[in-house]
Design a binder for this molecule. Sequence first.
Ligand SMILES: Cc1cc2nc3c(=O)[nH]c(=O)nc-3n(C[C@H](O)[C@H](O)[C@H](O)COP(=O)(O)OP(=O)(O)OC[C@H]3O[C@@H](n4cnc5c(N)ncnc54)[C@H](O)[C@@H]3O)c2cc1C
Length: 436
Amino acid sequence: MTRIAIIGAGYAGMAAAVTLSAAGHTVSVFESSRVLGGRARKVEFGGAHIDNGQHILIGAYRDTLQLMQQVGINPDQALLRLPLTLHYPEFKLHAPKLPTPLHLALALLTAHGLNWSEKWAAIRFMQWLKQQRFTLPADSTVTALLDAHAQPQQLRRYLWEPLCISALNTPADQASAQVFANVLRDSLAAAREASDLLIPRINLSALFPEAAANFVQTHGGALHMRTAISQIQHYNQGFVLEADAEGDTDDNTAAEQRYSHVIAAVGPHHLPRLLTALPSLAPVCAQVEALHWEPIVTCYLRYSAGTRLPQPMLGLCNGYVHWVFDRGQLDGNDGLFAAVISARGAHSDLTREALANAVHLELKALLPALPEPLDSQVITEKRATFACTPNLSRPTSRTPLPGLLLAGDYVASDYPATIESAVRSGIAAAQAVING
Ligand SMILES: Cc1cc2nc3c(=O)[nH]c(=O)nc-3n(C[C@H](O)[C@H](O)[C@H](O)COP(=O)(O)OP(=O)(O)OC[C@H]3O[C@@H](n4cnc5c(N)ncnc54)[C@H](O)[C@@H]3O)c2cc1C
């Protein structure tokens, strides 16, 4: 009999749970936290819900959008869809509503802040990538790729480097050129809708994991919250989970039952501990232990009601901040701005107060009428994503132990660590169970 346990209720685990439930399987999901969503979850701030980190999705997130619909979330209401727009004070790029590749060509040709030779350099570079079918002869860093194609400084500063750090959360001089090319293939060079920016209008737990949990439960599945699994044990007839003693007795008893399949959907830094009793998985542990981490900081600044940005999302590149979002224009959190700083950098040395102040001053340089903030909250996710460097070795979903599968944004794929790679890995792990 198929009995399936899923460890971890982030986007990967819940994608696996929904896919299996929809296929008629009953699943048991174990989650150590009291909140669903993992690295994409809601947190409280001043009585309102914000996110542990401001996220952005793109139109190319095909599987995430499909699963959201499957669990009853309407992406057109839950996400603000904007045509690709990069809006800096000194640079503006806007993709018009035209079929591919015209939308990209016209976006580049009409961009403000680039001269003609810079525009042609960008178009030539994209043409070359297309001729290579976005498969590079060898992986290198994004900077090496841009150097090899003589990409001018302005283009790097306002287009390639911001795209790289947002998508790969890794600075261009360390980031994988091949993964960057994959991202360009599926966004800028794909159908126009694929490059659309999708900004959440509801918190990240509500965007998918909570509706997914509801879907799983109405299909007979069980969710065991605040149940941390410490180890997976393997016996001839299947798997037994060991739960940390602090958990609820009923939830711990559920863990100790026998499962024919286990999908480990925890973050990669939590995986080695889970696998300690499984010697055949030592090579998988070695692979995830070799990953390096990049942080993401989201600095929330609350201003008086009515304070607005000129756009829901603006790019910055004269200080620490990469993007700032006006939550008032997104989820109705009037006067609340979320400033995002991707990857490591000099900002890591500042205290929260000093960083919040520096972020406010950066915004004020852009918007001189900005009042003093009333309140601030700095959330640093130290292990936001793995560093997406060239030729990275990532574990596959299937492990040497039949019945034990991995799901998570770090599992081998074309993509960097994103919501979409997490969801796709969850679906793939579920399909492996369904197909036997
Ligand atoms: C600040 C920030 C900003 C980001 N911005 C973007 C963005 O703009 N766009 C984008 O696409 N992606 C973004 N990402 C990346 C994205 O959030 C992740 O790729 C994705 O959420 C990973 O999902 P996951 O399910 O693979 O892992 P996780 O979200 O880490 O889920 C793992 C789950 O397992 C649980 N768990 C761990 N150990 C145990 C255990 N022993 N027992 C039971 N449960 C356990 C955890 O509590 C967690 O809920 C961002 C990430 C961060 C942190």
